[in-house]
Design a protein around this ligand. Structure first.
Ligand code: DON
Length: 583
């Protein structure tokens, strides 16, 4: 099963394929730069993605499903703010994007108010009280697939608590107003081909669990594109949450259904676990890059810190080679490698482990890492570092008419999470427990080799790579809202979109569509997207000592917004069937 999931993680559907021009940044998008670009972009002619940006004067929503995007815009037009819209999008995604959305999962919000206050909210799942360090090892010490499939894979869900906490502090419209679009969609919506295909792709996983089979495979197959899909149990669950808030989920009827489901399948989550769950406000990671300011998610996400290390290393180069050249991809990969070595060794839940974050994010530390990069040769990742990263997760970006911004990434971990639907409640449970290092030093579903800092303990939150981010321009004004799913490639994808805009001077549409690479220290390999590098670049990188591996599919589903002189530009990644819409 691990292999099946790995295969799925590696495969993202190409949903769009028209020819693109790469050298077309609109002049008004160009920020001031000090960096000099050397060389000519060498993007292979076969690379054919093209984003269709949406433009709007007042407000913008970008998510991985057009109906969820519409739900967000509907709320904004009713006078709701970015958080109101974010809550509406979240519940809508639960209905229309069940592979990732998410009341059985968890996530992170980075929010910046129009007045400039930045907050980070952690509603990551937590290990149940009954979890133990070695719970996924068999008697021979090998990792089983129980962290991935079935009841034991689920962490205590955080989304309902998190969305409510965000709304309590920052929302403005009544709570039930925000759930109304989702309830409407659960009572019946037309399934599109992308989502029908997603369910078909994970048919084998879903068919193992009766409630999942009944909900997602009526008549033994996924709801066909163009048909009306009604999810009655889910509509009822959403109505209960609308009427009673998180209490019904963590203490009431829904809690009872979750616990009954756990007992049915040998899972660990108890009423006490649910009652004890809290969303937590954290201090956002604040980064600077060539005069821009970037806010991102702190631990228990590794996103902000790891991206910070990558950017800090690259900031020291006054001359940056052009995208697609061996010199650029080498520098990028070496920066990624070094950042991931630290990530995998040091980072974990801040309530359980001490982390040298200030040092990791200091410019002087970046300078010392930079000085060890050989411009001509790969630096092998030392194996001793191993003391010890399906699709889906989903990101959405929102800016409201007042200029408040929400950057939200949420996840069930693998596509359709653990595969287990809570009987009678109509939502899937996550398989987030696999984000822990089940066996420190051994790879998880994403091939991440992590250490004791991220080992399993009761109540602990598993380390994430989710990197919801907000970028301010040199004048301190809101400039970009960006994020993506993709396991560990989340961090490198968000970094590359930002670098493509700030350094490579690409329009947002091109920055999102441009082919991406990924290096995570171990396995010691540069992954690149299908046709994402020219043959000559691949060979040149191999000659430098890099192992090169082409992904079977694509990496990431970016949802990004950028401020321009004319208003907002929203871009949904052309790698998937999302939607950008504003007004
Ligand atoms: O939190 C994390 O880092 C992972 N659970 C994210 C998984 C993911 O992005 C899979 N989707 N593409």
């Amino acid at each position: 099963m691990k292999n099946i999931l790995l295969l799925f993680v590696a495969t993202l559907t190409l949903s769009c394929g028209v020819s693109r021009a790469h050298e077309n940044p609109a002049p008004e998008l160009l920020p001031a730069h000090t960096v000099v670009i050397r060389g000519t972009r060498t993007i292979p002619p076969a690379w054919t993605l093209r984003s269709k940006p949406a433009t709007a004067q007042h407000a913008m929503v970008v998510s991985a499903h057009p109906l969820a995007t519409q739900a967000g815009v509907e709320i904004l037009k009713q006078g709701g703010n970015a958080i109101d819209a974010a809550v509406a999008v979240a519940f809508a995604l639960e209905v229309v994007l069940p592979d990732a959305g998410n009341i059985g999962g968890g996530g992170f919000i980075v929010h910046r108010s129009a007045a400039g206050e930045v907050l980070a909210l952690d509603y990551r799942e937590a290990a149940p009280a009954g979890a133990t360090h070695d719970m996924y090892l068999d008697s021979a010490g090998n990792v089983t697939d129980k962290s991935l499939v079935g009841h034991l894979a689920a962490g205590v869900p955080g989304s309902v608590a998190g969305l409510y906490a965000a709304w309590k502090r920052l929302g403005s419209l009544p709570w039930p107003t925000l759930l109304a679009p989702a309830i409407r969609l659960a009572n019946g919506h037309i399934v599109d081909s992308a989502r029908s295909r997603d369910i078909t792709n994970d048919r084998e996983l879903l068919a193992q669990f009766p409630a999942s089979r009944a909900q997602f495979l009526p008549n033994d197959s996924a709801p066909a594109p163009g048909t009306l899909w009604k999810q009655h149990d889910l509509a009822r669950t959403l109505q209960l949450i609308s009427d009673s808030g998180p209490d019904v989920f963590y203490r009431g009827q829904i809690a009872d259904l979750i616990v009954a489901e756990m007992q049915r399948g040998g899972g660990l989550i108890t009423k006490n676990d649910l009652r004890a769950y809290r969303a937590k406000w954290r201090t956002p990671v604040e980064l600077t890059y060539r005069g821009y300011t970037i806010y991102s998610m702190p631990p228990p996400s590794s996103g902000g810190v790891t991206m910070g290390e990558i950017l800090n290393i690259l900031e020291g180069y006054d001359t940056i080679p052009a995208l697609g050249t061996p010199a650029y991809e080498h520098l990028l990969a070496e920066a990624m490698r070094r950042a991931f070595i630290d990530r995998n060794h040091w980072l974990g839940d801040p309530d359980f482990v001490q982390m040298p974050i200030e040092r990791l994010l200091s410019k002087s530390y970046a300078a010392s890492l930079r000085s060890e990069i050989d411009p001509q040769h790969a630096t092998p990742t030392p194996p001793s570092i191993t003391t010890g990263g399906g699709v889906h997760t989903t990101h959405y970006s929102i800016v409201d008419a007042k200029g408040n911004a929400a950057s939200v990434t949420t996840t069930l971990n693998g596509g359709f999470g653990s595969g287990v639907t809570v009987t009678g409640a109509g939502f899937l449970l996550n398989n987030e427990m696999d984000d822990f290092a089940s066996a420190p030093g051994k790879p998880n579903m994403y091939g991440l080799v992590q250490g004791e800092a991220n080992s399993i303990a009761p109540g602990k939150r598993m380390l994430s790579a989710m990197t919801p981010s907000i970028v301010l321009d040199r004048g301190g004004k809101l400039f970009m809202v960006v994020g993506t799913p993709g396991g560990p490639t989340i961090i490198t994808t968000v970094a590359q979109v930002i670098l493509n805009v700030l350094d490579q001077r690409m329009s947002l549409a091109d920055a999102v569509a441009a082919p991406r690479i990924h290096h995570q220290a171990l396995p010691d390999v540069i992954h690149y997207e299908r046709d994402g590098l020219t043959e000559a670049t691949v060979r040149a990188l191999e000659a430098m000592g890099h192992r090169m591996e082409m992904r079977r599919g694509m990496s990431g589903i970016v949802a990004a917004i950028q401020h321009t002189a004319g208003g907002w530009i929203g871009v949904a990644d052309p790698r998937y069937a999302g939607g950008a819409l504003g007004y």
